[in-house]
Design a protein around this ligand. Structure first.
Ligand SMILES: Nc1ncnc2c1ncn2[C@@H]1O[C@H](COP(=O)(O)OP(=O)(O)OP(=O)(O)O)[C@@H](O)[C@H]1O
Length: 227
């Protein structure tokens, strides 16, 4: 497929502390690609995700998202940009005073979707991640792998073209990790662009997708994956 889903062009990121977490990063992700981002702790992986969903702005360089330049986007355009990205955070960021259903529905409510559509789509998405039976439970009563799947359901319920996940299998056993990766693989097969941060290079290699390896805020190398 042609075009650009994400492009970093000579991007650097200096945090308010003065620390430069990313230095002169360039890479290109096409629509529909599945990419892994790996590297040791502190290499800058989460910082890249933060730049993509605009929690941070680069100190230098250009970022293109869906062929649009985003590094100096007006504030009022931010919500629309973020709706096009499903973000799965390292610590899930679920709301523990609401049910599983409500956690996922909220993402559609803030996107202004009508109630009837929300009911159908939330149920369908929870079924997809295998949690329909737990719909009215509080996420606190769920295992780590189940909470991870609620976070995935919330991220994909609006069907964003881009899904980014920070260490989605980090705290899970191998079987649950594979199940989560299976979900990303099936989203990828439906045409979604996927970026997954992981420490697990072996697992990433088994999946056969390209792997960007980071070190000290720079890209060390990119492994191309299987054709
Ligand atoms: N808000 C911040 N202010 C200052 N420094 C930060 C901030 N966030 C991250 N850093 C620093 O930037 C560097 C890169 O952090 P980042 O979270 O991107 O690394 P990472 O590769 O995702 O690490 P991990 O695998 O441990 O999650 C680290 O040295 C970190 O301490």
């Amino acid at each position: 497929m042609d075009g650009t889903m994400v492009r970093f062009h000579n991007v650097s990121l200096r945090y308010a502390t003065g620390f430069e977490a990313l230095h002169n990063i360039s890479f290109h992700i096409k629509p529909g690609q599945f990419i892994f981002l790996t590297g040791h702790s502190g290499a800058g992986k989460t910082s890249i995700l933060k730049l993509i969903y605009q929690a941070e702005t680069p100190s230098e360089g250009a970022i293109l998202l869906n062929n649009r330049n985003i590094e100096h986007l007006p504030h009022k355009q931010l919500p629309a940009l973020r709706r096009g990205i499903g973000v799965i955070f390292q610590d899930y960021k679920l709301l523990y005073d609401r049910t599983v259903y409500e956690n996922v529905a909220l993402a559609m409510e803030v996107a202004g979707q009508p109630t009837d559509k929300i009911e159908i789509q939330v149920e369908r998405t929870l079924e997809y991640v295998g949690l329909k039976e737990r719909m009215f439970h509080n996420p606190i009563a769920l295992s780590g792998g189940e909470q991870q799947r609620v976070a995935i359901a919330r991220a994909i319920v609006n069907r964003p073209p881009l899904v980014i996940a920070d260490e989605p299998t980090g705290n899970l056993d191998k079987a649950m990790g594979q199940r989560i990766m299976g979900l990303f693989q099936s989203l990828h097969q439906q045409g979604t662009t996927i970026i997954v941060v992981t420490h697990d290079v072996e697992m990433a290699q088994q999946m056969g997708h390209p792997i960007i390896i980071m070190e000290d805020g720079q890209i060390l190398t990119t492994l191309e994956g299987r054709p």
